[in-house]
Design a protein around this ligand. Sequence first.
Ligand code: GDP
Ligand code: MG
Length: 478
Amino acid sequence: MRATLADRAWYLLTTALRMYRDHADAADWMRHQIDRFEGALRIAVTGPACSGKSTLINALVGDEVAPVGTGFVWYQDGPTPRATLYPPGEAERELPVTRVERGLRVEVPGWLPADADPGEIVVDWPARALRHAVLIDTPAADLDGGTMARVRADADAVVYATPTVAEADLLPLRPGPGSSPGAMVDTILVLSRADEVGGSRIDALSGARVIARRRDRGIAVRGRWQTVVAVSGLLAHTARTLSEAEYAALAALAAQPGADLAGHLLSVDRFTGQAFPVPVDAPTRAALLDRLGLFGVRLASTLIRTDGASQDTLPGLLLQHSGLIELRDAVRELFLDRRQVLKARSALRGLRMAVQVWPHPDAGELSAGIEQALASGHELRELALLASLRAGRTRLSAERTDEARRLIGGYGDDIGTRLGAPEYLDPTRAGTLTEESLHRWRGDAENGTLTEDQRRAARTVVRSCEGLLTELAHTDRR
Ligand SMILES: Nc1nc2c(ncn2[C@@H]2O[C@H](COP(=O)(O)OP(=O)(O)O)[C@@H](O)[C@H]2O)c(=O)[nH]1
Ligand SMILES: [Mg+2]
């Protein structure tokens, strides 16, 4: 078999555990890393203050579970709603929880200091989205780097939410000193609160999408994130939890001729003011505003009036507009399907830290193994190329793009899928297919008429094909 990055990480982890067996703290750390390696993928949602992190968590989970307190909060799948507080240096304790209409409420004790480190809260909540990943809600990613350092230590992947993409908002994403190739394979940038772009005009979300795409294509982003997606967390979350009463209120708005209503949907003051022309009372209007924002109210009433959106179809349409589906696809393709690589990377980084904190006389070879794995991981390059093709930063012909994605494991990591024959493939045929691909991509890698970027992409595909040949040779011998 190919020795994957995960195989190498596992080997190094178990070697380290043996090496440190007489050192209680270090051995505990190694065991913790092994547990983590085998556990669910951890995705942190972070970004500047008020960027909509908690709302995005709710949208992804499909229930109102965030925020809880002001510190780091982990959401994991569990049959019964539960919340456990882990204060630093103290024993864990259960926090009282209640199920409410749209989700969960957790009583966070008043004595928790907001400024000092409040520790961590782990919330158990039954949700499909949490079956394959733990989501971590975080405090603001500030410039002193405290939040990001902890995110990097605790999470395997990062969704970085920011409503504006000025340099200052992105500073926390700068790759750290000494970071390895593919340092950014763990980050998706979300252009959040996308409904507010351009003053919440009805085309706000498409405007946000254009900005996201432009950012994504820029070569300057290489090394900072995998892809950019514009998302309105608010719209997505409300779409997933829209009540009958809310639909009824929106339908009442939509029943009013568009021209009468338009002026009243231009500002919050006019929407909530006395002179509102529709019999929907002020508290209901204020609640709609909270749940959808001005843009969302406009969009929803337009969808009902002009597209005849019903109680059943409106949520799906809103969800489509919100950008959440695109984000979920990106998370699946770039994170969940690549769980092994991301996990391996976290384990190697954890190991590297342990070896520095607890020097061991025999750790020379271990350290070298860790550094080599982190530096050479071909799978990290595959992942980086996958993202680059996805975002259109690397441009190949449609046919080549598809073939490259397939060969580097973008449609599935197993050899059959990589070769485009997922059902059954006899070894001879597999060998021929691989040789042919290898030949084609070698040609591209050396083709002077292609750009440097296209040739670099070809070199990565060549390496993947060589890996497949090695794997086939081993399978043959067995
Ligand atoms: N219009 C709009 N408002 C949002 C969106 N996401 C969050 N908000 C609002 O922004 C404020 C901060 O949101 P929150 O999720 O708590 O941000 P956090 O501090 O980053 O966790 C709240 O009032 C939200 O209702 C969004 O997508 N669109
Ligand atoms: Mg929050």
